[in-house]
Design a binder for this molecule. Sequence first.
Ligand SMILES: Nc1ncnc2c1ncn2[C@@H]1O[C@H](COP(=O)(O)OP(=O)(O)OP(=O)(O)O)[C@@H](O)[C@H]1O
Ligand SMILES: [Mn+2]
Length: 551
Amino acid sequence: MRMTWCMWRRSRTICLSLAFVTVSLHLLLALVTLSIPHLPCDAPLPPEMSFRVLARNASASARDGGHGEPPTDSIQGDSSSQDCRRGAKVNVQRLPYKRLTWKGDKRATENNTESNANQTERWESDMLKLKALFDHPLYNTPRPAAPEDDWLLKVKPKTKPSQRSSQMWESDTQDIYDNVQWNSSVSSQPPWLRFHLGITRWELYPHRDPNMEPLAQQLATHRIVSAVQKSGGTQLKLVMSFPNYGQALFKPKKQERDEETNYNLYYFSDFERHNAEIAAFHLDRILGYRRVPPAVGRLVDVVKEIKDVTTDRKLAKTFFNSPVGNVCFYGQCSYYCSTEHAVCGTPQDLEASLAVMLPDLSLAKRRSWRSPWRRSYSRSKLAQWETDPNYCVNVKKTPPYDKGTRLVDFIDLVVLDFLMSNLDRHHYETFEKFGNNTFLLHLDNGRAFGRHSKDEPSILAPLRQCCRIRRSTWLRLRLLSLPQYHISDVMRASLSQDPLHQVAPLLSEPHLAALSRRLKTVLETVSRCQEQHKDDAGAEDVIYDDLVDVQ
Ligand SMILES: Nc1ncnc2c1ncn2[C@@H]1O[C@H](COP(=O)(O)OP(=O)(O)OP(=O)(O)O)[C@@H](O)[C@H]1O
Ligand SMILES: [Mn+2]
């Protein structure tokens, strides 16, 4: 009896121990399983860096508004860690955005109040610089009133009531669009129409255009009544429509602000960036060109403002919910339109750029020109301009570069591209109506601002090889290199006016710093050209004097 009792006690102890071991093993297994999804991405990064990436994303706006000193370190992880970060984006993006405060937050601690005060001071100083820049005579050179032929579009004279009925059309979707009553009086016209009617032979919009603010405001806030894919091009983009018949070209966020383009990618495999489209508009205006269609940032609701309103069945089919519950879509296009490259909201909010659409091609045809300095789109071949230092001699003799301002117009575009490191300028467009004597449209800047730690000297090849630049451009570049108009500061100020700045500064500090470094390179290139041509007949050719025309 005693023996049975002993055996029973011993086997109970064994059973209990076994049960304990089993439970422990299960717990251990559960812990390991839970942590597995984070391991592959975090592992290649040193612990300090992975934390920094997350911390930066989580508090990009809280950091210091992007207005402190440029960080001394820059993230240049290897390609595998970059790819991982891209994969981890969904998790990172789920972290709530913090509102950016310029003017001191009541809830802030004393330290924060002090840094907010510094930020406010910095912001005010930057804004004053921007104002001083735009007040400068170089931005206010008087132009003679444009003759009728220099306007892209004309308002038709009023039709007689008897003719009117046959010219009117009724929309079957009248309920989502406004009932419009436009006439030749400017006050009756919506901002997008005023923008179209303001395009001339020389620029897309005038300096100090009173229409800019209402136009930006509408792009950023107007109800989106339709969203369809824009055909053509290589990457996903949508055309959005507003109730007043205005339209905008939408490009979604695909990359974090401080993420650098993978160094092993060819430029033609790079993503487009929404913030690059916005920053290009600001930079182009700061350079005094006004050749980029106005673009603003907007937080778009992927469900309410795209999925629910689209009539594009192909697009509608590509929506799905990601494993963490974000709404994603990928559309149909020749590259990057697959589940692996989907764009996702957090859970529905998606950052995007909205650029005002140019007049429809049926109203204003455009001509596309192949860039003489187009890159070879092959991984092994070089283009002729890359090996022939005298390449420009022939270009200068070839129409349309042999006459008028086409060559210096092209150099203007090259300067913009070098400053923002855009390698993707294979073509440019002009309005057909104006023939060869017109400005170049600076469209499609989505691949700019991909790298801040490296400059791309090849973009500047046309300036180096042709040694020619407009005087007005050169003078404005010199102005922007002075501390009182410093290019990085005026860009920071200009970009702070965009609605998305509330989410996070549109260009990170290293990108802003790169602008002033690159500007120095442009000015040095011009000086070297002047030095090279000092003794020959082409000395005065380096600076093309466009200012004599307007005096
Ligand atoms: N604001 C605009 N209004 C009207 N059309 C535009 C506007 N911006 C760009 N486009 C047109 O849309 C076409 C495609 O745009 P974009 O070049 O940005 O796309 P993409 O996918 O980057 O093309 P690619 O891959 O060839 O560089 C351009 O060729 C241009 O003619
Ligand atoms: Mn492009």
